[in-house]
Write a protein that binds this ligand. Structure first.
Ligand code: HEM
Length: 491
């Protein structure tokens, strides 16, 4: 379709296909950053007649996704994943409307500063269980990190003690996560998303394998929604439910309408899915960064030794006295943001910005990676430098911008869709970083290509994570070995 509006600039594309073949599937945030030097901070692409607008600067992202959040908070339509499988009922893919509002209202009533002491105690307890696992089987650290994050989130959302990753409840969620990643992966485009009427074509027609896929994935989605919720519902009825988000929701509204219960079920099971993968990838990045940059590790350890001492392990309450460790956590969000392009938004009406039309229904992609590697905001952006946040407050760049802003303002998304789990994620990351560094030395990262170096690049299409690697995780002293073992037993 010809469009006479003045769209933002972008590379010329082919008829019908548009730019679909030009956008790389792997690490597209790097290509977008390169192209922004030619086309500017606001770029337009098209693929099969659909508009995609990529925002490459803090100003453009904040102007649109924050200040005009009222019209930039929808998600793009997705026929297979969103409508046929039903992921659009999940908060993260939910279209803008009453269901999203209801679900976000439930989440913000649950995740508030008031409940943080309880959540922090739980996170500290799970961390003490993680340390002996890392000490005894360091070669399985991927598995341990996964168990750690999932166990923290399960405990918060359903009061469930996850023994290991093969527990049936964990398996259901893992299957849903895998299916979700598969159908939403860039490059796995399904024709039904371009031609939605195909969903009504009978199953026997060749080429409709996507319908069987949708049925299977939907059945798993409903299992992941119902099994944990029904477990807690039964516990509440018997008066034995441990405290959890799901318990609170059920007790608060014991006789919900079917519509209310549907949102409650989806929201609680979704927190489980939304919280896990992002946090796991950030922790993988932490181990990688520590192995590559031993001097950062030493500096944080010196601070932990001085403030916490050798007789105990760090707690959340130490955080205010650990500025370097805090800065290191900030640098983790910046150096390799796990969501380099965030989650796409969609604009609900035609809009004008910087002299261009942003057309209604366009997918809006915030290039968070580009902001977090903008040398005008973060000098020397490719180097992990926690001390950048310790410089005297409010250092200004030539154009008056504050230098080295807190990366959490970008890493957790924007406007009305900002990540509602960010306080939980951030505390979990801090307590893990502080404990691992107090207890262990991390070193010698090795990927399939050989020893990793500071030039080894992260990989991914939707998420950015280090290439698969092994590393050494060794107790810092005999005394620490004993402390970890006894703290683990106590926990
Ligand atoms: C390091 C860990 C995490 C990172 C980097 C992260 C990042 C993000 C980002 C970038 C978004 C999209 C925001 C946008 O559309 O602009 C998001 C959405 C979301 N996150 Fe997180 N997240 C993390 C952990 C968590 C945790 C632990 C939970 C829950 C316990 C959670 C729950 C959610 C939910 C429910 C949404 C959907 C919000 C919506 O679409 O309205 N996240 N997160």
């Amino acid at each position: 379709r010809r469009n006479h509006k003045r769209l933002p600039p972008g590379p010329a594309g082919l008829p019908i296909l548009g730019n679909a073949l030009q956008i790389p599937i792997e690490k597209s945030w790097l290509a977008f950053s390169r192209w922004s030097k030619t086309y500017g901070d606001v770029m337009h692409f098209s693929a099969f007649g659909r508009s995609v607008v990529v925002l490459n600067s803090k100003t453009a992202v904040f102007d649109l996704l924050e200040k005009r959040s009222a019209i930039y908070s929808d998600r793009p339509r997705s026929v297979l994943a969103g409508e046929m499988i039903g992921y659009a009922d999940f908060t993260v893919m939910c279209r803008y409307g009453s269901r999203l509002k209801e679900s976000r209202k439930i989440i913000s009533s649950l995740i508030s500063p008031r409940i943080l002491p309880e959540v922090n105690a739980l996170q500290e307890g799970q961390t003490l269980l993680l340390l002996p696992r890392l000490m005894n089987e360091p070669e399985k650290f991927y598995e341990h990190i996964r168990w750690y994050v999932m166990s923290v989130v399960w405990k918060i959302t359903h009061g469930y003690d996850l023994p290991n990753l093969s527990a049936p409840l964990a398996q259901v969620v893992e299957t849903v996560n895998e299916e979700f990643s598969h159908v939403t992966a860039p490059g796995n485009a399904y024709l039904v998303d371009l031609l939605p009427f195909l969903r009504h074509v009978p199953d026997w027609v060749p080429g409709t394998g996507f319908k069987a896929l949708a049925k299977r994935a939907r059945a798993n989605l409903l299992r992941s929604r119902d099994e944990p919720y029904d477990m807690v519902k039964g516990q509440v009825a018997r008066g034995v439910a441990p405290p959890s988000f799901t318990t609170t929701i059920i007790e608060r509204n014991p006789n919900p309408t079917p519509e209310e219960e549907d949102v409650q079920r989806m929201t609680t099971s979704h927190l489980q899915a939304a919280g896990a993968e992002t946090s796991i990838a950030t922790i993988e990045s932490f181990f990688f960064m520590m192995a590559l940059y031993p001097e950062l590790q030493r500096r944080a350890q010196a601070e932990l030794d001085e403030v916490v001492g050798p007789a105990r392990l760090p707690r959340c309450s130490d955080r205010k006295d650990l500025p370097y460790t805090e800065a290191l956590v900030k640098e983790l969000y910046r150096w390799n943001p796990v969501g380099p392009l965030g989650v796409p938004h969609s604009v609900m009406e035609d809009d004008e910005y910087a002299g261009y039309t942003i057309p209604k229904g366009a997918t809006i992609v915030a290039n968070t990676w580009a902001i977090l590697h903008d040398p005008a905001l973060y000098p020397d952006p490719h180097e992990p430098l926690p001390e950048r946040y310790l410089a005297p407050a409010a250092q200004k760049a030539d154009d008056g911008e504050t230098l080295n802003p807190d990366p959490r303002a970008f890493a957790f998304g924007y406007g009305r869709r900002i990540c509602p789990g960010r306080i939980i994620a951030d505390d979990m990351l801090f307590i893990l970083v502080a404990n691992v560094l107090a207890a262990f030395d991390v070193s010698d990262a090795v990927t399939a290509e050989g020893p990793a170096t500071t030039r080894t690049e992260c990989v991914g299409s939707l998420m950015s994570r280090p290439p698969a690697f092994r590393c050494k995780i060794a107790p810092r002293s005999k005394a620490m070995e004993q402390l970890v073992a006894s703290a683990g037993l106590d926990a």
